[in-house]
Design a protein around this ligand. Structure first.
Ligand SMILES: Nc1ncnc2c1ncn2[C@@H]1O[C@H](COP(=O)(O)OP(=O)(O)OP(=O)(O)O)[C@@H](O)[C@H]1O
Ligand SMILES: [Mg+2]
Length: 259
């Protein structure tokens, strides 16, 4: 274990052995959840969407949360992606206590580290497909125009949607919108990509193409991919699976095809 300075090292070695082990594991993790709960409150009604979740996800992972509708998959991805905050518990993402971030800091953190593929795409309706993909490169990364255009072209090509580049979201099919959302999330080559059922609207061939693209990004750039899915194709491609049932996260299991 490397400690940045002597005083940190001393503090570390003063911890109990069990705490040292946990601490060591957490230092290596890209995402670390301990007793994370999320309760939605709508007036009198409370829904416990995530219950006491404990898990660790290492950098460069290709993992998926799998579970029936309503089991808490989107809620969990939204928490990891800092779109929402846990009601209680400890959630660290890229070495940051994300539960403690205020809205503005969370937005900046997200922009710097995270690409998000939303279950309902969240494309900007007044921008074309190409402009949607360009948006984070312009507004967040502030890249010059030539560099932006080049990356947008590469991404549209990669998800096979170039022919629809100038169409607006309401002129696209569900699968085409999903591919634009994938291209937008991958365009910045973020350290962490969260993908909420990213192949739900795609045919077999296109789904495999998108999964291949993501695997290549992981291999080439070391990006970490966290999915939620019902799709056996993603379950097969994922190296690790967490099963979710009624808000409870099961232990990490190696996917059969990577056994
Ligand atoms: N904003 C909200 N307010 C109240 N309850 C919510 C809210 N969002 C989600 N829930 C509830 O939390 C639970 C988990 O929902 P979530 O969307 O995380 O499930 P999911 O596993 O993603 O389901 P699906 O596979 O259908 O997308 C559900 O009971 C849902 O009704
Ligand atoms: Mg969902």
């Amino acid at each position: 274990m490397r400690c940045a300075d002597g005083s940190k090292a001393t503090r570390f070695w003063n911890l109990k052995v069990t705490d040292r082990l946990t601490h060591g594991r957490r230092m290596m993790s890209l995402v670390s959840a301990q007793s994370v709960n999320k309760v939605y409150r709508n007036g009198e009604v409370e829904v416990a969407a995530v219950k006491s979740a404990d898990f660790e996800i290492e950098p460069g992972s290709f993992v998926s949360f799998v579970g029936p509708s309503g089991s808490g998959k989107s809620t969990l991805l939204n928490l990891i992606g800092c779109l929402d905050r846990p009601t209680s518990g400890d959630l660290r993402v890229v070495d940051t206590d994300v539960a403690a971030l205020d809205r503005k800091t969370a937005a900046a953190f997200r922009a710097q580290h995270i690409g998000f593929i939303f279950q309902d795409f969240n494309l900007i309706p007044v921008l074309t497909a190409a402009e949607n993909v360009e948006y984070p490169l312009l507004m967040v990364q502030n890249w010059p125009v030539a560099r932006r255009r080049k990356r947008v072209g590469e991404m549209l090509e990669a998800v096979d949607i170039m022919a629809q580049a100038d169409k607006y979201p309401d002129q696209l099919s569900g699968g085409q919108k999903q591919r634009v959302a994938v291209a937008r999330a991958l365009a910045t080559r973020a350290k962490l990509i969260l993908a909420d059922e990213p192949t739900a609207n795609l045919d077999h061939t296109t789904a495999y193409r998108i999964i291949d693209l993501m695997k290549r990004m992981r291999d080439e750039f070391g990006s970490t991919f966290i999915f939620s899915t019902h799709d056996p194709k993603i379950m097969e491609a994922a190296e690790m699976i967490f099963t979710l049932e009624d808000g409870k996260v099961g232990p990490a299991e190696r996917s059969e095809s990577h056994g």
